[in-house]
Design a protein around this ligand. Sequence first.
Ligand SMILES: [Zn+2]
Length: 336
Amino acid sequence: MSKFTGITSLFYKLNKGRKIILAYHNVIPDKYFKDSINLDYSIKESQFRKHLEVIKKRFNVGVNLDNPMELTVTFDDGYKNQYLIASKILDEYNMNGYFFYAADLLDKKEILLIDKIQYWLDYICPGEYENKKYDLVLNIDDINSRRKQWSKIQGLIDKKVSFEEICYILDEMYSFKNINVDKKFYDLRFTPIKEYELNIMKDSGHKIGAHSASHNRLSNMKNDDLIKDIDRCKILLNKGIYNTKTFCYPFGGVEDVSEEAMNIVQLKGFSKGISFMNTKLKDREYSPFFIPRMTLPNTDDEDYIDFMLSGAYYFLKNGRLFPKIKKTSRKEYNYE
Ligand SMILES: [Zn+2]
C-alpha cells in the first residue's frame, strides 16, 4: 500500500470533472540529462514515458481544452527534442499534445535569449567574471555555484535589464563562441524545430500554439513592445503556422503575466491564455485567459506521480482545486 493512497483517491474525487493541463519543456535522452540550470524544467525521456504510463491508467489525453474529461499535455518553447522525442512518444501512445512555440525560433532561427543566458551559466569554464556597469561578480565553479550566479542574473531581470543587454555583458565576460557542448545534445536542446517539422507534428494531430515572439517576461515589457511581440504571433497564426488560437504566456506565473498582457492577447484574437503554476497562484482568478497548468515531478515513482496527478499537492500549494469549466454560450466556456 502506498503512503499516498488515501490522499490520492480523495483528491481524484475532489477534482473529478475539473480540467488538468500538464506543462513540460524539453524531453531529453537519459544519457544527456545532467543537473543543470537549462534542464531545470525538463525531464528525462524514461521518466516522461513513466508519466504517460500513469496518466493513461487514469485519463484520456486530448487537445480539447474545454473538455474536462480529457487531460491535456503541453510543451513550451519549441526546441528540436520536442519534435524528435516528445511528439514521437506521444504518437506511440496515440496521444496528441500542444506545443507552444516562440516566434523568434522561426523568425531568427536561433536559440531564445533566456536559454542563451542559461547556456552561458551552465557551460562556461570555472572562474571569476566581472561586470562593472551592473556591479556584477560571477563566481563560476560547480553546479551549486552556477545556480547562485543564476539568481544574480534573475535579479537583473527583475530590475528589467533586457535579455539582449544581459547576453551582451555575458559575452563580454566570456565569449559565447568559446563555449563547448556535446553537439548531439546541443541539437536536441538548443536548436529550434523547423517549419517542415512543425508540419509533420500538425499532420499527426498535434497543436502548435503561440508562446510570444521574444520569450520576454511580458510584465516587464512596455506596451508598444508587447503589442509588437504579440502581433508577430498573430502573423504566424494567420499564416497557419500555429494551428490553434491558444496562447501560452512565457514563464506564465502571476508576476510574469500582467493583466495588460492578458488583454492584448485577447484583443489580438487569441481565444485562450495558458499560464504556468511555477509560482503560487495567489489571488489571480482562473479565466479563459488565465488557465493554470501544473508539472509532474521528475521521478520514476508511480505512486508519487499518481499523487501529484490527483491535484493534492496543487491544492496544498494554491489552496484551490483545478478549474471547473462552465459553458456560457454555444461556443464560449468559462474557467472558474
Ligand atoms: Zn517558455
